[in-house]
Design a protein around this ligand. Structure first.
Ligand code: MN3
Length: 205
């Protein structure tokens, strides 16, 4: 099996103040685990594609992946990539604000951390149904956007610096219909060290 479920980098109850332990178990083991299993199943008879990195597979979603398995790879490959990023950009005792090059880029592009947070929050609220809200690099500049379902910015040639999962499975047990409360609380567990590292890796290309 070419793709595997990465272990959580902290305990299932480590983010309890913002994301409850039951949600973390279901989200990581069942949802993310399901995407990995379904991706491997879709690639079962496609050794050439299974040998690609996940990023190359997503970049080539329209050019390399045959139509018969394109939807399965799009949904499950996107889901695997998005969640693999998601777990690493959170940490217990996180929060605060970015520093260094990322902080400077946010200042330049959005006029400060608070206006950036507001725009990210709005984009997360406006995503109708299931999807993700993203901070991406587009031609070397920061931008905020959202995607439907499990679509990844990588499919459009963009680099995901950070993203939040706005599927109901990410928050419904604790927040029910109140997506805004989840989006606000989420800032308290962000791992700005890792997000800053991703930004610098993305800028280098
Ligand atoms: Mn999810």
């Amino acid at each position: 099996m070419p793709f595997t479920l990465p272990p959580l980098p902290y305990a299932y109850n480590a983010l309890e103040a913002v994301i409850d332990e039951t949600t973390m178990h279901l989200h990581h083991e069942k949802h993310h685990g399901g995407y990995v299993n379904n991706l491997n199943a879709a690639l079962k008879d496609h050794a050439d594609l299974a040998a690609l990195s996940l990023e190359d597979l997503l970049r080539g979603i329209n050019s390399k992946v045959p139509e018969a398995i394109r939807t399965a790879v799009r949904n499950n490959g996107g889901g695997h990539s998005n969640h693999s990023m998601f777990w690493t950009i959170m940490q217990p005792g996180g929060g605060g604000e970015p520093t260094g090059a990322l902080a400077q880029a946010i200042q330049k592009q959005f006029g400060g951390f608070e206006p950036f947070q507001q725009r990210f929050q709005e984009a997360g609220m406006k995503r109708f149904g299931s999807g993700w809200v993203w901070l991406v690099l587009k031609n070397g500049q920061l931008d905020i956007l959202s995607t439907a379902n499990q679509d990844s910015p990588i499919m459009d040639g963009l680099y995901p610096v950070m993203g939040n999962d706005v599927w109901e499975h990410a928050y419904y047990l604790k927040y029910q219909n109140r997506r805004a409360y989840y989006l606000i609380a989420w800032w308290k567990i962000l791992n700005w060290g890792e997000i800053g590292r991703r930004y610098e890796a993305g800028i280098k290309g």
